[in-house]
Design a protein around this ligand. Structure first.
Ligand code: ADE
Length: 234
């Protein structure tokens, strides 16, 4: 899968996607991430990419031309399945969207800055608008990194144990059960006996129960959603 990320601050994306699982995915040729500096596509003086907003008001707006120039250069090379704008007023991102996007081949992520981007880009070019949460970041870069990471790990072959992405929190609208490792006893902190029993069915049942308990306590909205989805599928 290929991501092209358009940003005015490419440095923000240097590190988050160059380590650990993301770097391994790139090394294996399963994931490609190209970061483009929108400023390089500006034909204005001083590589300007933003301007005052019509009608007045605080905050600069990113202009059409540099963004569109960059997108057009990319579109000449290949077709894109989605051109996504990261913005706090987009659709709220979740695991289901990550799953859907992980099936795509080429995706452009456009990071906003300043007050926003000229609405005409949103109207005519953008195919999807995504928010990673109900708070405002200084720009879309960290949100873009969140998308690449959460989608990248779903690409078959990226995780060593393919089942581990399937047992992630949210994957079945449940939070994950607690996990433990050695030692079995640390002072008087003990690992639940069932996990040491070797009884697979009992372990599975225990994990399911714990996942349900945690979800009920922390995210009852997920259980209501799960019930609703089940009702729809019966
Ligand atoms: N840009 C600024 N805030 C954002 C958010 N919450 N999600 C996505 N992009 C953003």
């Amino acid at each position: 899968m290929r991501f092209d990320i358009l940003t005015a601050v490419p440095e923000l994306l240097d590190s988050p996607l160059s380590h650990s699982i993301m770097q391994r995915a790139k090394d294996r040729g399963l994931l490609e991430v190209f970061v483009h500096n929108i400023r390089d596509y500006s034909h204005y003086k001083h590589k300007q990419i933003d301007d005052y907003q019509y009608g007045g008001g605080a905050g600069m707006v990113m202009m059409i031309e540099p963004i569109l120039n960059c997108i057009n250069v990319l579109r000449k090379e290949r077709d894109y399945d989605e051109i996504i704008f990261l913005t706090p007023d987009g659709d709220l991102y979740d695991q289901k969207t990550a799953n859907t996007l992980s099936l795509k081949k080429n995706v452009i992520l456009l990071c906003g800055h300043y007050k926003g981007i000229d609405e005409r880009i949103r109207e005519h070019i953008i195919t999807k608008e995504i928010s990673i949460g109900s708070y405002v970041l200084s720009g879309g870069e960290l949100a873009a990194a969140v998308l690449v990471d959460s989608i990248g790990r779903l690409i078959p072959g990226v995780l060593n144990d393919e089942t581990s992405a399937l047992s992630d929190s949210f994957q079945d609208d449940l939070l994950s059960a607690p996990v433990y490792t050695r030692p079995a006893k640390y002072g008087d902190w003990e690992v639940p006996a069932v996990l040491l029993s070797g009884h697979e069915a009992k372990i599975e049942a225990w994990r399911y129960e714990k996942a349900l308990e945690k979800t009920l306590e922390r995210r009852p909205d997920l259980l209501r959603k799960k019930e609703f989805d089940n009702d729809l599928s019966t």
